[in-house]
Design a binder for this molecule. Structure first.
Ligand SMILES: [Zn+2]
Ligand SMILES: [Zn+2]
Length: 137
């Protein structure tokens, strides 16, 4: 939470209870929720919050590098509290999105960099399949 307050202050952004709440809800969430899901989680405790406020807060946090937006080709973006690039695994049945440790893929990035002779600044790596719960049905 301290990082958030400091970053908002450094960038002369207003610190509002609603902004803090949006960040807090996402920070503790491992499910890569979309804005609507975050809105629904906040609504009971923040009856005056609007979906637009949630969107704007998420956009701001992404611009400030506090979170990351993930586009999985769905009709809404997902939000990830981890701003570091890391691979995801997605269940094609229940649409669950999970993190994969980037440790396994460090070699892949350096291999690509040396094959292509590029400095890699960004990558998007996703795996798709059936999660254990969906697999057992
Ligand atoms: Zn599943
Ligand atoms: Zn993630």
């Amino acid at each position: 939470m301290e990082t958030l307050v400091r970053t908002l202050k450094d960038n002369r952004c207003k610190i509002t209870p609603q902004r803090l709440a949006v960040y807090h809800v996402l920070k503790d969430n491992k499910n890569h929720p979309n804005a609507e899901a975050i809105f629904k989680m906040l609504e009971p405790s923040y009856p005056t919050i609007s979906l637009a406020t949630v969107y704007k807060s998420l956009e701001l946090f992404a611009d400030l590098g506090l979170i990351q937006v993930i586009n999985l080709g769905e009709n809404s973006f997902r939000y990830d509290p981890n701003p570091q690039i890391h691979p995801h695994i997605i269940c094609t049945k229940c649409n669950k999105v999970e993190d994969l440790s980037e440790d396994y893929f460090k070699d892949l990035v350096s291999t690509v960099a040396s094959i292509a002779n590029y400095t890699i600044t960004k990558q998007h790596l996703s795996f798709y399949g059936l999660c254990p719960a969906c697999n057992s049905h």
